[in-house]
Design a protein around this ligand. Sequence first.
Ligand code: B12
Ligand code: SF4
Length: 534
Amino acid sequence: MAWDTIRPLVELRHIALMLKIAHSVLYVRLPVWKIWPGGVVYLADFIHKQRPDIRQEILDLALIEPGQRRARLRERLLDLRPDVVAFSWRNMQTFGPHPENDALEVVMSFDHSPILWRRAKATWDAIGIIWDYAAARLRNFGYLRLARRLLPDARLAVGGTAVSIFGKYVARKCPTDTVVVIGEGEQAMLSIVDGFTSPAGHHWYKDRSGNIAHSNADESFDLAQLTAVDFRYIESIFHGFREYLDGTIGVHTKRGCPFQCHFCLYNKIEGDRQRYRDPVEVAKEVETLSTVYGVKHIWFTDAQFCSTKRSTRHVEAILDEMIAREVKVRWTGYLRLNHLTRDIAAKMLMSGLESIDLSFTGTQEVIDSLTLGYDLEQQMAAFRLFKEAGYTDQQVKLYMPLNAPGETRQTLKATIERIHELYGLFGRDNVLPFIFFIGVQPDTPIERKLIAAGYLAADYNPLTLNPFVIKKLLYNPQPLGRMIGRAYLEAYESRGAADDYVGRATMEILEHQLATSEPGSGSGAPVVAAFNEA
Ligand code: B12
Ligand code: SF4
């Protein structure tokens, strides 16, 4: 063969080597409490549609016994020898308030229990939780280092929500030649498999010598490109796929949130501009999950499923499609009811709304102090629209930022009154008030406010292992903190005997406290008896 004929081929090969075009990708979902790995599924599906020749595999460490995770990762790395190892890291700070989460009970006991042995036990439990928390983080970095050691030439990438929040920290701790992707991953992954030396999107890059560079970019991926997931393909590359089908599957309909609620960083993770998937593709995805795989529960994993006027119209289009296809699923997602109409409420119910999940506080003062950007009366009117539109037995889950800045005894009482209104509307058993304190998150307005007020040190570390700082990140200050904390502990203690839901019981104990105790006093009359009678 003449040189002129082969030269372009040689050059192409040279360019390919230089660019490290990938032929194989191993996605490693780092361990979490078992939950559908939506992020890597969308990424793998997108890369497959764009570059069908690339061989991909998903290894989900959440499905593997802790003692076997390292060995399994080693085996898949050596077996597949992927050109790219893409780690997905969802949670790094799991102390976020959750009513059934031990961490909340431990903090409450430590700070507020009047019983000495409970406080001592809480101290011991706290050490255990912090140990787990630190060890999980160290183990995850260990998995990244293992990949680098076994495959010195592979390109490593790491993304996911934890990385989107703590990217700079991850970049400092990760092995060399690793791309640390902030926010959505499609464009970045595509550029990585294409071997670009400078990946697309917002990222940090630690080069082979350990130097770290930062490249900023807005979230701009066109979500119309996210067509319905090809689950047959996903099943073929993801051995654990079927293990999730009897639970709740996350489906994405849009990204971005234009609001700026004081405690929230979803608008940082997803960007502040709402971008939408095609409603037909979303409905097709849900339909396939239901009819082919028998999935019964869907969580629409958007920052907010409906919030702005435009997004509410988008939701309506999705629901219309689901109804037209007669998809039989129960679904939910975070809802704001700003633009709800009777028609949309009816469509929500008709298409399988399982629960109404939303932030709730019962006064306009606290809504405004948290810049939640909605009107309380309008929200209450929207609840009534559900009732008029044929509500049956859907749960109403109220995520209540109790004791947020601006909370007083009066606002607490007003919130309790509103909860009673909701009990009246939907039935007491269907309304679940979640005791939800504000979790202070990095780079949010509330964090800035609390630093300015001296509550947090300006140089505090959001990933600290110091229990006293961790405790502060669950914002429940005095004077109301003790009363709420003790009500919660009492509800938690007596929940079994009273056969009641802990959040509801806490609110009832608080109601009694507020009625019987003097302003300023931390405790009040004993209330277990009153609660047990409720
Ligand atoms: C929906 C949601 C839930 C739902 C999930 C429903 C379901 N069945 O899926 C529910 C309510 C159950 C839930 C629970 C919890 N959640 Co949550 N949740 C979310 C939310 C709003 C969306 C997550 C999601 O699924 N997005 C859609 C998928 C497609 O996107 P994604 O996973 O982010 O993936 C994209 C990118 O991250 C990136 N990417 C992902 N992996 C990789 C890998 C590489 C290599 C690359 C390049 C890119 C990349 O590309 C993907 C596509 O663009 C986020 C906040 C947010 N706005 O992101 C919080 C969030 C993830 N949750 C969080 C937490 C803490 C929890 C809980 C621990 C709360 C608690 N204390 O109980 C639990 C734990 C659940 C568990 N088992 O782990 C935190 C985690 C971060 C942190 N601070 O550590 C977040 C960020 C919220 C927050 N408070 O800041 N959650
Ligand atoms: S709490 Fe909801 S509406 Fe507010 S900024 Fe966060 S995602 Fe947006």
